[in-house]
Design a protein. Structure first.
Length: 285
């Protein structure tokens, strides 16, 4: 983990997400970049008026808006102010080669306005880098247990790789969850050809990157349940502080990601969720 980019807008939820990102950066020894989007909302006013407003916005960004990072131990946080829409955060993340983009889960506007149909829709569906969406209610919790959803897809493999890269620095345990709907079969579960034995073997292959890094890892195979419910139930049972899930690939004419499970997790769970696209294949170490 080399660099985190976090979007802020002055809201309490953005401040909570920044505090979470800053603590994550300290634990993983990563650089933190705090980004805010400044927009001209009024047609009136002289050029000097706009310059004055922008200077005031920059002062807020470097001052009170960055206080959560200083409180977490980053004495001189790096900041960058954009002129344009909050979606430009993804351009900054690409330019900075960020290993993780962090935003709050909801707010009055800017980067924290994460209701599907606006900024969240754009970020979650278009990011080519891991994206953390952090609810304010759990933003101050340390990460000791990570639940990652697995299914053998490229996005799932990228999610496992991402966990393997950060779990050692966090000192975290990883629980890999597979939601499985088996066909009717006529062999007992103990049979090597039964669905459960096959699933257990596949899980062992999928989580090899975690074991290669000596990350304490458990597995959970949950039968006849929707993946969102399987991940949520496991996270609750294991008192997890973070959920990681791969997204589907970009495709079709609209270039919209079809990762329904990922989007539902963002909506329904009160835990930070990291969405890892299959394009995030490089090891951030």
């Amino acid at each position: 983990m080399r660099k985190l980019v976090v979007g802020v807008d002055g809201s309490s939820r953005a401040a909570a997400a920044l505090g979470w990102a800053a603590r994550f950066a300290v634990r993983t020894q990563a650089e933190l970049l705090i980004v805010s989007a400044w927009q001209r909302r009024q047609a009136e006013g002289t050029q000097d008026d706009f310059a004055e407003r922008r200077a005031a916005a920059q002062q807020r960004l470097e001052g009170e808006w960055s206080d959560p990072a200083r409180a977490a131990g980053i004495t001189r946080p790096r900041t960058r102010q954009l002129e344009g829409s909050p979606e430009m955060l993804l351009e900054v993340a690409d330019a900075e080669e960020a290993d993780l983009v962090v935003v709050g889960n909801r707010g009055a506007g800017g980067f924290a306005a994460l209701h599907i149909g606006s900024v969240a829709h754009h970020l979650a569906h278009h990011t080519r880098r891991p994206l953390a969406i952090v609810p304010a209610s759990t933003a101050d919790e340390s990460i000791e247990t990570i639940v990652v959803g697995v299914d053998g897809s490229p996005g799932s493999a990228a999610a496992i790789q991402w966990c393997a890269s950060v779990a050692p620095a966090l000192g975290a345990r990883v629980i890999a969850v597979l939601a499985f709907e088996p066909f009717v079969e006529w062999v007992p579960e103990s049979d090597p050809k039964s669905w459960r034995r096959v699933a257990e073997w596949e899980m062992g292959v999928w989580i090899e990157p975690l074991r290669d890094r000596l990350v304490p890892t458990d597995t959970a195979i949950v039968e006849d349940i929707h993946p969102v419910a399987a991940i949520a139930d496991t996270a609750a049972q294991r008192s997890a502080q973070l959920i990681v899930v791969g997204t589907h690939g970009l495709g079709g004419f609209t270039k919209m990601r079809l990762g329904g499970v990922a989007v539902q997790l963002v909506h329904h769970l009160g835990l930070p969720v990291v969405l890892v696209p299959p394009t995030a294949t490089e090891d951030p170490q």
